[in-house]
Design a binder for this molecule. Sequence first.
Ligand SMILES: Nc1ncnc2c1ncn2[C@@H]1O[C@H](COP(=O)(O)OP(=O)(O)OP(=O)(O)O)[C@@H](O)[C@H]1O
Length: 265
Amino acid sequence: MIKVSNLSFSYKKGGHRVLSGINIEFDQRSTAIIGQNGAGKTTFVKLLKGLLKPDEGEILVHHFDAKLKTAAEMARTIGLVFQNPNDQIFKRTVLEEVMFGPLNIKMGKYTAEKQAIKALKMVELDDKLEMNPHDLSLSEKKLLCIASVVAMDTDIIIFDEPTIAQDHQGKEKIREIINELKNNNKLILTIIHDMDFVAENFERTIVFNEGKVLLDGDTRFVFSQKAILSQAKVEPPGITQLAERLGMKNTILTVDEYIRVSGTM
Ligand SMILES: Nc1ncnc2c1ncn2[C@@H]1O[C@H](COP(=O)(O)OP(=O)(O)OP(=O)(O)O)[C@@H](O)[C@H]1O
């Protein structure tokens, strides 16, 4: 559904290449995009969303060249939840905020309101419809931004650091939302630094390093590649490292797996 070929990009014409020679074909697997600060992850998703244009290469979205799609067409296909909710919030009530996106892509008012309320139920903010978004806590603001994108019913949803500013309960909520979206056949791509969350929730992981793809595969495979990960200064999840130190042969991704496997040893 998204195919990226030979993608390169620099912010200044002829300047430093922030991304070069990227080839990725996304399928329905939920995918984590990881890598050090400055590796090019946010730039990459902005290119996917059409907010930036490639210097070289091609992005096909549902078999059509993203360059030829209008901003409105891209908005109907790919939703992006920004890292900082304050970059996204500007309406006076929670309901107006979440209806803005659907109305902007020309959904009728009735459908937009229905979609907005459904999305607000999913993130459990449907009891705050008339509140001013700026009076919500940071964690609630992040959930509001997720609802704003979910309400647009795009096939592809990209999250940029969804677990930042979330406590344990907030992370559980994000996990449930991602699972529900996956069950609704949405393609979920997520930029994230929280390796435990990656191991527990994403089927595929792509490691960016200095503007290139260093590793790409099933999450278990990626976290088994310790030497390559260290080049990108990425550490596998704590439980994966502990299991390895204790001599477990298979790559362990979660505490539950660890308990199961150690019970059979
Ligand atoms: N608007 C911009 N103008 C010029 N350079 C930029 C701009 N945005 C990002 N960069 C540079 O592009 C490179 C990649 O940045 P990007 O934000 O894509 O990395 P990242 O992997 O998302 O990092 P982080 O994990 O910190 O968000 C960095 O060197 C950054 O300084």
